[in-house]
Design a binder for this molecule. Sequence first.
Ligand SMILES: [Mn+2]
Length: 437
Amino acid sequence: MNPRSVCLGTDISVTDFRFIHTADIHLDSPLRGLAGQEGKAAERIRTAARAAFDALVGQAIDDEVSFFVIAGDLYDGDWRDYQTGLFFVSQMGRLAKAGIPAFVLHGNHDAESKITRRLTLPDNVQVFGARKPQTFRLDELDVALHGQSFAQRDVTENLSLAYPEPIPGLFNVGVLHTALGGMGGHANYAPCSLADLLGKGYEYWALGHVHQHAVLNERPHVVFPGNLQGRHIREPGPKGACLVSVAGGEVVDLAHVPVDVVRWAHLTVSATDCNRLQEIADRLRDAIENAVTLQADGRMLACRLEIQGRSELHSQILASTEHLLAEARAAALSLGEETAWVEKIRVSTEPPEDATRLAAREDALGELLSSLSLAAREEDFLETLLGEIGEFARRLPAEIRTETEDAILKAAVAGDSEALIRTVGLELMSRLTGKAS
Ligand SMILES: [Mn+2]
């Protein structure tokens, strides 16, 4: 710890320092979608959260920060074994050796009631209590940190209201795990309003829980650093922590420091104007290569590929998804072992416009389509259909029922007979009118 003290006048000392604010590390969270995946790329993804945390600690030491704040969800849930805890202790030991104190707050994922195994932490680590707000002071820096850990997962009261008044003359940091009134897609734990936080009179609110980096206010600063490492396709783009610089008791710089080792991206490829399946494979390859150059910033790219657009090849693409996935994975591997990894391919193509007009035709195809549309209004038929399909859907393994992206299966599982007949109709039509391969 090397605080730079500047003396102003005779007895007023202004201390300049920097600190790290991180949250939502989710160490060792189980990664779905990697089952059965082999190779170095899959291994890199499995260990990405640890590698990102290791990089952050290294950066904190190199930058000679004065302290390190973890605003909840350090862990993803109860440890499978002690390895997760030992990893964290080893990282805190690195900070201890560099003289950097760390302050840890538990969030909904690592609430006191969820973590049953414990390890003694190094002396430089302080953990905020869960029964009431607790204050830690760093007197040599004129800093006070206030925070309250989650006792259990579903904290529904506004914890911020009971946080203490700011200590006059100090740089007050509020550490809080909160959904702040339910920000998009995050469970509304420890709800509070921005006004509650601004009204407290602290200089910096170190928040956690929302995985998207956001600076909600400046002076006083209210900040979500976002999660440290994207874990799936819904967490794309650069991920990391905040490096906060304070001078004269004010935040003078706030930098988002990306330390992610795997970068997630959703890539789209148009099938329109493609005449052969090989052209689709070529476009997938180009999309991966471009993203490695333009989006991954030297990290390993983890991507989902989506094929879009009206296409003559619609039915062929649907029938060849497995082959296209293998082609895309081959394209990724040909760039090097740990350069890119393809999570999956989603097919969102549609048959050419012409096919939809076929419904009006009077030949056999037209008759099939009009029977299908009549069937959608035939109650006895629908009852039988849903009975049989429903039985089939109930027997499917839970993960297929909940995670399928197949439109027909989705409609069947949901018991939506209208959607079921419509999607089956579209599928039949594209198969019957699609080009022979
Ligand atoms: Mn959380």
